[in-house]
Structures are given as C-alpha cells and as structure tokens.
Ligand binder design. Sequence first.
Ligand code: PLP
Ligand code: COI
Length: 350
Amino acid sequence: MEIEVQPIEKSKIDSIDFENLAFGRVMSDYMFECDYKDGAWQKPVIKPYGSISLEPSARVLHYGQAVFEGMKAYKDDNGDLFLFRPKDNWERINKSSVRLAMPEFPEEYFMEGLKQLVNLEKDWVKPGFGNALYLRPVVFATEAALSASPASEYKFMIICSPVKSYFSGEVRVVIANKYSRSASGGVGYAKAAGNYAAQFYPQKLAHEKGYQQVVFTDAATHKYVEEGGAMNVFFRIGDKILTAPTSERILDGITRKSLIQLMKDNGYDVQVREIEVEEIKEASRKGELKEIFTSGTAAVISPILGFEHQDEKFELPKIEDPFASKLKKMLLDIQYNKVEDKYGWRVKIS
Ligand code: PLP
Ligand code: COI
C-alpha cells in the first residue's frame, strides 16, 4: 500500500538539540492523517506536521471522544529501524476505540502508516539506549454536533516526537487514598484521553508536594495498588517481584507484559496478584521493600526512590545492582537489536 506523501519545503531537523529534549515538546517534520466519514476510513496521507482545523462544535472538544497510543521507533548501530510489538498497539487502540463507540482502524493502514512515516523520518531517530522517536497515534471525534452521542466523523493521526527520558531527576510517588483514575465498568483499561485528564488534578497536588507521579489504588476501597497515571508499577519485596493483575480498570501495558515474560524466562520470582498498600508499607518498615519501578513506553523502566501514603513518607534503600537495571538492559537489548529476539517482538521497518 503506497501512501501519498505531501512533501515539506525544508526539514526542521538542523534546529533541534537532540541532547536536550524535554519529553514530547519537539515534533518531527511529517504526520500521518486519515479521516473517517460516510461510514468508512478514507485515503490516508502523510503531510507536513502542522495545525489542523476543527470546528468549535467538534464533539471531541465537548465529550472527550478520543483515544491514543504510545509507541517508539528505535535505531540500532547499523542504522536499521525497529518498532516494538506494534500489532499490540494496533489491537489496543481498537479495543479503546470500541469502548468509546468509535470505529476501529484497519491494521494495514496502521502498520503501513507507521512504517512509511518512520522511514521518512529516519534521521529523527537517533541510535543509542534511551534515544527514540516517540510515536503517538490518536483518534478523535471531529463531527461538528453538540448532542451527547457518538460522532459519525473522526480523524486518525500519527505524530512523532524525538525523545530521551520521560522523567528528569529522581522519581518519588504518592500512593492515592482519595482520588481514582478509573473505576469498575469505566474506561480504565482503554487509553482514553479522559483517563489522563481525570488524573491531572491529583497529579498536580502530588507535584506541589514534590512527587512526580501518583500510583492509583482501587476506587472501591483504596486498599490495593493498581497503576501509575501513565505507567504500570512493580514492587520488589526481598527477591519477589509483585505487580497488580490487569483488569477493566488497568491498562494492559505492553512493557509490563514483556517484562513479566522476561522475568519468568530468566528465573525471577514474579507474582501477578493483588497487592495491599499495607503490605508495601509493612515491607518497607521491615527493610524488605528493595525496589519499586514503573514500566511504560514513555517511561521505559524508571526506579522509584520513595513514596508517600496518607502523609506517611517512605524512602527506599540504595541497593547495588538493582533488578530494575538488569531488566531494563534485557528489554533495551531487544528493542535496540543488540540480542536475538526469540519472542518476535522486534519488527524491522527498514
Ligand atoms: N498505564 C497507563 C495508564 C499508561 O498510560 C501507560 C502508557 O502507555 C502504561 C500503563 C504503560 O503501557 P505501555 O507499556 O504499553 O506503554
Ligand atoms: C506512553 O508510555 O506511551 C504513554 O502513553 C504515557 C503518556 C501518557 C506519556
């Protein structure tokens, strides 16, 4: 499938400082766009990155009918380009779309859109661990109409942003005991735009106290740890690694499931089960809580150095050779084509 490319006049790439990138601030030269109308996805196009026009009555602005994905393109030392488990992102965006009563996007458009876009932008993908071109597929309701019902017109886009790390500096988190990002029967498992808006206020309160993320607990009782606002979470007690099971409230993270697989295959004691906040606090008091780390496409694997819960503060010990670093290396070795990929996760795109 050949996608029409409307060429840029001049690339912005020479004006970009690739060593100092705040996450998601710089966009590459091109974007992918495909409209849905009259019951069908229309012909996609790759065009210069830029503003789009939307009527003020577009449903997305009023009712938040929008879902997105987060992916990365990686470059190895030979200049070859790779995606990581892209089919999983395609499946997940469609699962999200179905939940928000939006049309599913065809696999061929998704895969070819990504491949042709990343190929055009190959100079924006820098080699070396931590460097990547972050890819943001997004679908939203463009139909101009104010009745609160699903739209009949949508736009699917992919935009690209060169990135390094998501967090700058040390990361500490608040474990929530009042606010929730999702509830049973809701949209927590979908990558719905509104899930993020819903957690910005608790995140703002956490920031004001010097914390970078909120780790949410179950909405019904606030007794069990679920996930971060934009990442899944793992806890190491002794040599045991715990993470919450996915559910209708939790995003089925692709990094999370890859890590669980890597841990199982490399002899780690990984346990996917409900985790009580009290269990974590108790382990911390006894000195048995060795590590907390988050996982996600944007955040990769980030160690958490401390947490607060109900105004009680906990600091993690400094340890030699953390599991998080070993697991991160295993994952990056696959993503950056340093080792054989026995799982078939890495997809070469050029
Ligand atoms: N949980 C939430 C709420 C997220 O936004 C993300 C980021 O995509 C994740 C978990 C991690 O998912 P993945 O590893 O697929 O990026
Ligand atoms: C990702 O990890 O790709 C995400 O979508 C997180 C994002 C909200 C920054």
